[in-house]
Design a protein. Structure first.
Length: 258
C-alpha cells in the first residue's frame, strides 16, 4: 500500500473491527483491519468462501455495522450512515415489472435527481450497448445485457466508487470474457474507482491493478499483489510467463487451504 500514500484515496479502512454474533458467541471477521484504495484504481479482492470478502462491501454500504475503527470515502469519514457508493451485487436484481430504462434510472428516482431526463439516460444506454432495448423488460434480455443494465444503475448512483460483487459469476464462459473486456473499457472511460470481488484468479489478474488476498480469518491486513501487466489489456496477456507463474502461486495458496 506504500504507493497509495501520495495519491488521493477513494476508500480507506482504519483499524476496523467487525464480528458476527450467534448462539455460540462472537465470531471475529475483521480485526483492527487497514485498507486503502487510490482514486481511479481497480482493485480485486479474492479469498475462500466465507472468508469475509462480501463483509467488506456490506460495511461500506451500511448493511453491517462495524464494531470499531473508521471508514473513509474520498477522504471523508463515514459516520453512522452508509457510504454513498455504486453497488452491483452478484445477481443483477433488476425489477421484472420495470423496463430497462426504468431499472437503470432507479437511483435517480431514489435521490430525486431530476436533472437527468429520459434523453440523457437513453444516451447512457447507448454508450452501454443497450440502444433499442430501452422499453424491454429484464426477461427479454441476455445475461450479459442484464449485467450491463445493473452496472449502469450502479454508475448512476453518482459515486466515483463502485463495488462489484462477483458480477459475472453466473454468466457462461464466453460471455464472461466479453463482459470483462467491456468492463475495462467502461472503467477507463469513466475513470471511476472499482473494488471487485471474485473467486476467479484469472479474472482478478486480467482486470486489476492490485489484488488483495484474504489468507486467514479474522484478518488484520490483506496480502497485496501488484499485477505485472500494462494497460490496455487483452485476454492473451494472461499467457505471459510472469502472469502465469503468479496465477499458479495463488492457486497453490488456495489449494493448501481447501
Amino acid at each position: 500500500m506504500n504507493g497509495e500514500q501520495n495519491k488521493k484515496l477513494a476508500l480507506q479502512f482504519k483499524n476496523v473491527d467487525f464480528h458476527y454474533r450467534n448462539a455460540a458467541g462472537e465470531i471475529p471477521i475483521l480485526k483492527n483491519m487497514n485498507l486503502s484504495v487510490a482514486d481511479g484504481g481497480f482493485v480485486s479482492i479474492i479469498g475462500a468462501s466465507g472468508s469475509g470478502k462480501s463483509t467488506i462491501f456490506r460495511l461500506i454500504v451500511g448493511l453491517e455495522e462495524r464494531t470499531g475503527g473508521s471508514i473513509y470515502l474520498n477522504e471523508k469519514q463515514v459516520a453512522d450512515r452508509p457510504g454513498k457508493v455504486g453497488y452491483m451485487p452478484q445477481q443483477d436484481l433488476l425489477m421484472p415489472w420495470r423496463t430497462v430504462l426504468q431499472n437503470a434510472a432507479l437511483p435517480l428516482e431514489l435521490q430525486k435527481e431530476n436533472h437527468l431526463d429520459r434523453g440523457t439516460v437513453q444516451n447512457l444506454l447507448e454508450a452501454f450497448g443497450l440502444k433499442g432495448y430501452e422499453d424491454k423488460y429484464p426477461h427479454e434480455l441476455s445475461g450479459g445485457m442484464r449485467q450491463r443494465v445493473s452496472f449502469l444503475r450502479a454508475t448512476l448512483s453518482g459515486s466515483n466508487v463502485l463495488l462489484l460483487d462477483e458480477p459475472f459469476s453466473a454468466l457462461d464462459a464466453m460471455t464472461k470474457l466479453f463482459m470483462q473486456e467491456w468492463l475495462l473499457e467502461q472503467w477507463e472511460q469513466q475513470q471511476s474507482t472499482i473494488l471487485f470481488i471474485t473467486h476467479d484468479i484469472s479474472e482478478a489478474l486480467f482486470l486489476s491493478d492490485r489484488i488483495f488476498v484474504i489468507t486467514e480469518t479474522p484478518f488484520t491486513t490483506l496480502k497485496e499483489i501488484e499485477v505485472p501487466l500494462e494497460r490496455p489489456r487483452r485476454q492473451h496477456d494472461l499467457d505471459k510467463k510472469e502472469v502465469a507463474e503468479l496465477k499458479n502461486n495463488l492457486l497453490e495458496q488456495f489449494r493448501m487451504r481447501v
